[in-house]
Design a protein around this ligand. Sequence first.
Ligand SMILES: Cc1cc2nc3c(=O)[nH]c(=O)nc-3n(C[C@H](O)[C@H](O)[C@H](O)COP(=O)(O)O)c2cc1C
Length: 184
Amino acid sequence: METKLLGIVGSNVPTSTNRKLMNALKAQVSDQANVTIADLAALPLFDKPAKDAIPAVVTAFCQQVAAADGVIIATPEYDHSVPAVLLNALEWVAYSSRALANKPVLIIGAAYGKLGSDRAQAQLRQILLAPDLQAAVLPGEFQLANSLAAFDDHGALLHPADQDGLTYQLAAFLQAVADNKSLI
Ligand SMILES: Cc1cc2nc3c(=O)[nH]c(=O)nc-3n(C[C@H](O)[C@H](O)[C@H](O)COP(=O)(O)O)c2cc1C
């Protein structure tokens, strides 16, 4: 059966380099898995409604997460942290579902500076391991530094070291997804 992955880009910015990175990843794995990219812009701000009053768009997002064999999250870094749009989405998941529990999750991230989104990615790992999320986060991560200069005109990664790093983490992730599927 086809492997279904969900890509979550922690940005509403159309020109986001994290979105570019997710698109490059999607193209790279197209012969092994189908990656759907979630739309976080549609999610309202979390306001802790009654459990029987969860907005339909939130339920649909959580169902997308639940239906995926694995999830890839690309986080930008805002003020050394995870952008509000991504945290908001994770708050909805934690509050209204068990969609990420034991789900293989690969953390990736792109940032303009030379450290990439390292600090945001570390925070994201901590969040994903919280009791109400309990994701099966892969030990490895992919960091794309200097992300404004990292892609060619077709959206492919320019630098072999970046390409190799992504390929390495993707192989580990796809293996974890396959292992997890065989348990179900
Ligand atoms: C409010 C704000 C805060 C930012 N903080 C950081 C930061 O802490 N570290 C960093 O490398 N870039 C920072 N940036 C620059 C880029 O937005 C950031 O590198 C981001 O990860 C790029 O991802 P994107 O292309 O997907 O938007 C910030 C930008 C904004 C608008």
